[in-house]
Design a protein around this ligand. Structure first.
Ligand code: SAH
Ligand code: SF4
Ligand code: F3S
Length: 453
C-alpha cells in the first residue's frame, strides 16, 4: 500500500466527517499519501450517507463519474464507506460494477487488508456492525479543517429507532467511547491550538460508560482548557438532563447553544414517529432551558410531510416553531427509507407536491424568524472565535458567537483562532455583520468563574 495516493470524499452528517478523519489516520499509518482531488488518486473513497433519498442519489451520481475515471485509467480503486455500505453492497459490486470495495462504518480497521484483497484481484467487502467498536485508540487526522474548530465522536450507533430513521440500521447499536480517551483527545486538540470542539453522537444524552454519564463527561471536558469552547450534538428531547443545563450556565466555555430536534409539533405525528415526548413536554423543556440559561440560542430539526400528516398537523409544526423562535433550523421533507418502522407500517401518503409546499411554508416562516432574531442583535456585543477569512472578501474575517451565529467583520490585525469582541451593526437571516472592538479571552470576557468549584 505504501506511497499509494488516496482521496476521501465525505457526505452526510458531522459524524461521517469525523469517521473520514479516522480512515485518514488508518491510511496514513499504512504509509499512503493523501491528495486533494479524485483525479490524482490511486484509491478513491466515498464516505456515504443514507438518511434521505437525495443523499443517496448524490452518491450514485458521483460513483458513475468515478466509473468513467476508472475506465480511462489502470489500477484505480474505488471504495464505498459509511452508511450506504451494507444496504447496497451487492447492488454496488455485482450489478453496476462501479466499485471494488465496500466497508461499513464499524469495519474501518480492516481497510488495509481489504485494499490488499483488491490488489490481489478480488472484490472486498466488510460491512459487519459491531457492539464495541468506538475507534477509541485511533487519533483522527484532521487534514481539511480550519485548525480552530474540530469534532470528536463520543459514541456510535443509535438505539432509539425513530420510525422514520435509517441510522439504527446503518450504524448499529449504540455504544459509548470511554471518557478517558475522549478527554485525552481534547487535551491533544488543546495543545495543537484548537479553540472549539463539538462532541458528537446520535443521541448524546444517553452517553454512558462505567464511570460517566453525559453531564459527567461535559464537566470533565470543560475543565481541560477554559479557553477551549465546547458544543455538543445532538441531544434528544425525551430525557435531556437538567444538571447539564446548570453546568452550561456555570461554565463560560460550555456554549449557550443547544440543538434540540423537535421533528414535529403535533402529538399524533410524534407518536407515529416514535418520538416519546409530547408538544407540551417539549415546550416545558424549552422553557426550563431558557429559565436556567439566560440568552440561550436554540436550533432544531424538522421533518415535514411524514406519513399521514394532515394540514392541521402541519400547522402544529408551524406554530411550535413560531412559539420556540429557533435561531436556526434544519428542515427536511420526509423521505421513506427501507427497513424502517414507518416503511413497514405506514404509507408514505403525502403527495410530493404537498410536501414541497409545506416545506416552503416552514422555511419561509423560519427565515422571517431568524431575520427578526438577528435584527435584535444589532447594537449587542459578542465574543467571536475567528475561524478564518470570510468567503466573500479577503479583507474580512468570519467566526461564530458562543450562540453559534456566524459573524463577519473587517480583518484589521486580528487572526484565525483569536477571540474578538465584536459589536453587531447589521444582519441578514443567516449572518451578523459587526465591528471588532478588541481581542479578548473566554475568562476575561465572561469572568474567571469556570473552575472555582
Ligand atoms: N440523531 C439525530 C438526528 C440524525 S439525522 C437526532 O435524533 O437528533 C438528522 C435529521 O435528519 C433528523 O433529525 C431528521 O430531522 C432528519 N431525518 C432523518 N430521517 C429522515 C427521513 N427519513 N426523511 C427526512 N428527514 C429525515
Ligand atoms: Fe435516528 Fe432517532 Fe437515532 Fe436520531 S435518535 S439517529 S433520528 S433513530
Ligand atoms: Fe447520513 Fe449516516 Fe450520518 S445516514 S446522517 S451519514 S449517520
Amino acid at each position: 500500500m505504501k506511497n499509494k495516493r488516496f482521496y476521501i470524499e465525505t457526505y452526510g452528517c458531522q459524524m461521517n466527517f469525523a469517521d473520514s478523519e479516522i480512515v485518514n489516520s488508518i491510511l496514513l499509518e499504512e504509509g499512503m499519501k493523501p491528495v486533494g482531488d479524485a483525479e490524482s488518486a490511486d484509491v478513491i473513497f466515498i464516505n456515504t450517507c443514507s438518511i434521505r433519498e437525495n443523499a443517496e442519489t448524490k452518491v450514485w451520481n458521483r460513483l458513475r463519474e468515478f466509473r468513467s475515471l476508472k475506465n480511462s485509467r489502470d489500477n484505480l480503486t474505488v471504495g464505498v464507506l459509511g452508511c450506504m455500505a451494507e444496504r447496497i453492497r451487492d447492488q454496488i459490486i455485482e450489478q453496476e460494477q462501479l466499485v471494488d470495495m465496500v466497508v461499513g462504518p464499524d469495519a474501518y480497521r480492516d481497510i488495509p487488508r481489504l485494499l490488499q484483497e483488491v490488489d490481489d484481484g478480488r472484490k472486498a467487502v466488510n460491512v459487519l456492525l459491531s457492539l464495541e467498536e468506538t475507534y477509541a485508540d485511533i487519533t483522527p487526522v484532521r487534514t481539511s479543517g480550519n485548525g480552530v474548530t474540530a469534532f470528536i465522536s463520543i459514541m456510535r450507533g443509535c438505539d432509539n429507532m425513530c420510525s422514520f430513521c435509517v441510522v439504527p440500521f446503518t450504524r448499529g447499536r449504540e455504544r459509548s467511547r470511554p471518557m478517558e480517551s475522549i478527554l485525552n483527545e481534547l487535551r491533544q486538540l488543546s495543545d495543537q491550538g484548537y479553540r472549539e470542539v463539538t462532541l458528537l453522537g446520535q443521541n448524546v444524552n444517553s452517553y454512558k460508560t462505567e464511570n460517566a454519564d453525559f453531564t459527567t463527561l461535559m464537566d470533565h471536558a470543560s475543565r481541560i482548557d477554559p479557553e477551549m469552547r465546547l458544543r455538543f450534538s445532538s441531544p434528544h428531547p425525551k430525557d435531556f438532563p437538567e444538571d447539564l443545563l446548570h453546568l452550561i450556565n456555570e461554565r463560560p466555555n460550555l456554549c449557550n447553544y443547544i440543538h434540540i430536534p423537535a421533528q414535529s409539533g403535533n402529538d399524533d405525528v410524534l407518536e407515529r414517529m416514535k418520538r416519546p415526548y409530547t408538544r407540551q413536554e417539549y415546550f416545558d423543556l424549552i422553557d426550563k432551558m431558557r429559565e436556567i440559561i439566560p440568552g440561550l440560542a436554540l436550533s432544531t430539526d424538522i421533518i415535514t410531510g411524514f406519513c399521514g400528516e394532515t394540514e392541521e398537523e402541519h400547522n402544529d409544526t408551524l406554530s411550535l416553531m413560531a412559539r420556540v423562535q429557533y435561531d436556526l433550523a434544519y428542515m427536511f421533507s420526509y423521505s421513506e427509507r427501507e427497513r424502517t418502522l414507518a416503511h413497514r407500517k405506514f404509507e408514505d401518503d403525502v403527495p410530493e407536491k404537498i410536501k414541497k409546499r409545506r416545506l416552503t411554508e416552514i422555511i419561509n416562516q423560519q427565515m422571517e424568524i431568524q431575520e427578526e432574531l438577528n435584527r435584535k442583535e444589532i447594537g449587542r456585543e459578542h465574543l467571536v472565535l475567528v475561524e478564518g477569512t470570510s468567503k466573500r472578501s479577503d479583507d474580512q474575517l468570519c467566526g461564530r458567537t458562543d450562540t453559534n451565529k456566524m459573524v463577519v467583520f473587517d480583518r484589521e490585525d486580528y487572526q484565525k483562532g483569536d477571540y474578538v469582541v465584536v459589536q453587531i451593526h447589521d444582519c441578514t437571516s443567516a449572518t451578523l455583520k459587526g465591528k471588532a472592538l478588541r481581542k479578548s479571552s473566554t475568562r476575561e470576557y465572561y469572568g474567571d468563574t469556570v473552575l472555582s468549584h
